[in-house]
Design a protein. Structure first.
Length: 75
């Protein structure tokens, strides 16, 4: 019979989970005429938080304007 101790060996830490999930998640707030819109954007783990913020701005700026985008957290 399996015990909980047998499953502890398969427990993953946050870094390992991010690698499996495809990257780290950034919280992005976009100011729109209808009010703020909050989304989650996934970026590669290899990106620094500054690079991730720049990439997110590059992606959404043509639609919403660079000044309307705020990246608050990447983890």
């Amino acid at each position: 019979m399996k015990t909980l101790k047998n499953f502890e060996a398969f427990k993953l830490n946050k870094v390992q989970m991010n690698a499996i999930a495809g990257g780290k998640t950034c919280t992005v707030t976009i100011e729109t005429p209808d009010g703020p819109l909050q989304i989650k954007a996934t970026v590669p783990n290899s990106m620094s938080n500054d690079d991730a913020s720049a990439a997110i701005h590059d992606k959404y700026a043509p639609v919403y304007g660079n000044e309307n985008i705020c990246v608050t957290r990447c983890s």
